[in-house]
Design a protein around this ligand. Structure first.
Ligand SMILES: NC(=O)c1ccc[n+]([C@@H]2O[C@H](COP(=O)([O-])OP(=O)(O)OC[C@H]3O[C@@H](n4cnc5c(N)ncnc54)[C@H](O)[C@@H]3O)[C@@H](O)[C@H]2O)c1
Ligand SMILES: *[C@@H]1O[C@H](CO)[C@@H](O)[C@H](O)[C@H]1NC(C)=O
Length: 438
């Protein structure tokens, strides 16, 4: 159902080794050798390099989506003065009191919208994304092209790459980090658990390690998820409710992120704000989400699976429109206090917050399908199935009064109007035959 197996691998994924790597070691000791010996050694060295390249696995194995540990071995092409110039230009704020924001996962659904909103209002924005092939990377490339036109540069790299992150902070003293890079999706965790650990835990820790050690430390706003409420049945979900019963590995890694955030706030004085998004949808959305692949399958006349809980219980989601989420993200950035540490040491207590960002109006999935039928003018072939117990919860509903009070967050788009905008984008984007899905 996730349609990810057939996703093509990212074009241009395998880049040349960073050549500077070979020249950073060794000193004057070599000069003891005679010129002849040096020549012999040079040839031996070249031969070794040649053997190494001839014996390396084919690119398709290197980028295998099924093996996340290999992903981290990929080399990206970054560095150099032209590259630094692009980084600086992208991160330059238009106004003197504008923010300077590093957006991780900038080629993602939420990352693209947040980056362009920040840039539009005059803030400096630099993106980073590894363009992985969890879903069709050509959609990520199209979002990148969109951002390029608004002046936002996305650095191609992994948040686990410490040298790259340090370099970025060396080039630009970011005041804020909007951390949206993650392995998303609930059911995919059974197929590729390592990718969740890689991006949501190891990657987050690496990012925080760099943030805590730079001067000045940035304030960090990051995406948690409504899935942390797991098997919680008390509705609506409030920030004070229990979150210790995750129903998926995805949820468990987001919950772990909240605890890790607490630690870095406590030890290093990092200002940290977690945002629990509730089922975000809209134009440029994610193909692995139900509203998106329902649209695709309804148009193709393919049967769609609609889940119901035990005893015909309704499965419902608090669908939240992307523009509302963006306003919540900007509100969180604007109200984030400065981190208090310096030199990798805490100097005083720093801000630590967690907010729900939802719509406060859960809609049954069957109703979502009815709205899509009306907008697409096509009848769906519904296949009612029992909700499997492999990650999805039956119901989500956000209490947003805390975000309303602190961030001025107030969602204004109902599912019908939001889906109308999504469908208009979808038909337009995929009308071009070249971009056809599968
Ligand atoms: N969309 C939702 O409904 C929803 C709900 C709850 C939480 N969230 C969270 O919001 C954030 C954004 O979600 P989205 O819907 O835009 O997802 P997305 O998959 O479209 O965006 C995530 C981006 O991060 C990139 N990425 C992943 N791992 C990376 C790594 N190790 N290094 C660099 N880049 C990496 C991906 O290539 C992708 O472009 C995620 O943290 C997600 O877990 C989303
Ligand atoms: C929503 O959360 C607030 C705390 O932020 C709480 O005071 C209020 O009672 C909650 N509302 C409901 C309906 O649970």
């Amino acid at each position: 159902m996730l349609h990810i197996d057939s996703a093509p691998s990212t074009p241009g994924k395998v880049k040349m080794e960073k050549s500077s790597y070979f020249f950073t070691r060794g000193g004057g000791a070599r000069w003891h050798y005679s010129l002849a010996k040096l020549t012999v050694w040079s040839f031996a060295f070249l031969a070794l390099i040649l053997i190494f390249f001839l014996r390396s696995p084919a690119p398709s194995t290197i980028t295998s989506a099924a093996d996340p540990s290999r992903r981290s071995l990929r080399n990206y092409n970054w560095g150099g003065s032209a590259w630094e110039k692009r980084v600086r230009a992208s991160a330059r704020a238009r106004s003197s009191n504008g923010l300077t924001v590093l957006v991780t996962g900038a080629a993602g659904f939420v990352g693209t919208h947040v980056s362009s909103a920040l840039k539009r209002r005059g803030d400096g924005v630099l993106g980073i994304d590894n363009f992985n092939d969890y879903y069709d990377p050509s959609l990520k490339r199209a979002r990148q092209a969109l951002l390029e036109r608004t002046g936002v540069f996305i650095v191609e790299g992994d948040i686990n790459d410490e040298a790259l992150l340090r370099k970025l902070f060396e080039v630009v003293p970011f005041t804020h980090v909007m951390h949206l890079a993650a392995q998303a999706g609930v059911r995919y965790a059974m197929e590729n658990p390592g990718s969740y650990v890689h991006s949501n835990i190891a990657g987050f820790v690496n990012l925080l390690e760099v943030c805590k050690s730079v001067n000045p430390q940035p304030a960090i706003v990051w995406a948690s998820s409504s899935s942390v409420y797991g098997l919680n049945t008390k509705v609506p979900f409030s920030e004070k409710d229990r979150t210790d019963q995750p129903a998926s590995l995805y949820a468990a890694t987001k919950k772990a992120g909240e605890e890790i955030a607490h630690t870095y706030n406590h030890i290093y004085g990092l200002s940290l704000t977690g945002l629990r998004f509730f089922t975000v949808y809209g134009p440029w959305g994610r193909p692995d989400m139900a509203y998106f692949f329902f649209t695709k399958d309804i148009l193709k006349g393919k049967q769609i699976a609609i889940f119901e809980a035990a005893n015909h219980g309704t499965v419902a989601r608090d669908f939240t429109y992307i523009d509302d989420i963006v306003k919540g993200c900007l509100g969180a950035l604007d109200t984030a206090e400065k981190s208090t540490g310096s030199g990798g040491k805490k100097r005083g207590p720093a801000q630590l917050r967690v907010f729900n960002l939802g719509n406060t109006s859960p809609v049954p999935v069957s109703e979502l399908v009815s709205i899509l039928e009306r907008l697409l003018k096509v009848k769906a072939k519904r296949n009612i199935m029992k909700l499997p117990r492999n990650g999805d919860v039956q119901y989500t509903h956000a209490n947003i009064s805390y975000a309303q009070r602190e961030l001025g967050y107030k969602p204004t788009t109902d599912l019908q109007s939001g889906l109308k905008k999504f469908v208009r984008w979808y038909l337009n984007y995929y009308s071009d035959g070249k971009k056809a899905v599968e």
